[in-house]
Design a protein around this ligand. Structure first.
Ligand SMILES: [Zn+2]
Length: 276
């Protein structure tokens, strides 16, 4: 169903959507998390092609790439099947204009045979304002048939909770097959030593860690286990044990802060609780 290239890069995610589409169980709204804007767009485009290809009604094959819908989609000029809501880059404040949202809502009123995929290239609160989200909310909540919202974002933080709670989250991140992979595939900065000796240091380290894991597409789990591993492998460095202890405490911290869904809070909590 999906192209070879997407299947290779995102085996779990393409499988997930293949099942959802074949079983007619697509949700109304997804949040796609990825640092690659190109991949966010490519994945959304592929879904729009699968849902609209004229030669692939069973959805079992890959989109034909030659029917009128595929052609229009490939040239990013399909007026209905893929509506991309872009960030207004000319204005001082990079944002999605509220007029774009009004125009979109008007477009969604028009009935069409197409499966409309609405792709937001960015969905952080700074970009997609609370005012825009409120306008959108009713449509996201009671999505008419054959409309699919995809909110692209580089992070789960800073997405308005009203959108977050009505959408399924899909991570388009690098998949590791072993906990050891992050150790070899990412450079771990020396200055993230552990444990901190006071609260200021704890918060500074939490901030640096948060930035580090975001930049490298790691999870907190990956980060802690790779720290512990690399320190242990340097002749059983005593800090290795501390990272292992943090790793074990991680679930507790996640449970405690689940309501906030903020990675940053969890990481700060871990570091503050570890002050010597
Ligand atoms: Zn086609």
């Amino acid at each position: 169903m999906f192209s070879e290239s997407l299947r290779q890069r995102y085996p779990l995610q393409t499988d997930f959507f293949k099942n959802a589409i074949l079983k007619n169980k697509l949700a109304n709204s997804y949040i796609f998390i990825s640092r690659s804007k190109d991949d966010l767009f490519e994945f959304s485009l592929e879904i729009a092609k699968i849902l609209n290809c004229k030669e692939n009604a069973s959805k079992k094959k890959e989109p034909c790439n030659i029917c009128i819908n595929c052609k229009w989609l490939n040239s990013n000029s399909h007026p209905h099947a893929l509506i991309t809501i872009q960030v207004e880059k000319e204005s001082k404040k990079e944002q999605i204009k509220i007029d774009s949202i009004r125009e979109l809502l008007g477009n969604l009123q028009i009935s069409s045979d197409h499966y409309k995929v609405i792709f937001f290239e960015e969905s952080n609160l700074n970009i997609l304002s609370a005012e825009s989200c409120n306008l959108l909310l009713k449509k996201v909540e009671e999505t008419p048939p054959k409309i699919l919202f995809i909110f692209g974002s580089s992070t789960k933080n800073d997405i308005l909770p009203t959108i977050l709670s009505r959408s399924q989250i899909i991570y388009l991140n690098k998949q590791y097959t072993s906990l050891l992979e992050p150790v070899t595939s990412s450079h771990i900065p020396e200055d993230l030593s552990f444990p901190p000796s006071n609260i200021k240091e704890a918060l500074d380290k939490a901030k640096a860690t948060f930035e580090h894991i975001n930049e490298n597409n790691l999870s907190m789990k990956d980060f802690l286990i790779s720290q512990a591993f690399s320190l242990y492998s340097k002749g059983g460095h005593p800090d290795g044990k501390d990272f292992l202890r943090l790793y074990k405490n991680l679930n507790e911290s996640y449970m405690k802060h689940r309501a906030f869904i903020q990675n940053k809070t969890v990481i700060e909590d871990l570091f503050i609780n570890s002050v010597k």
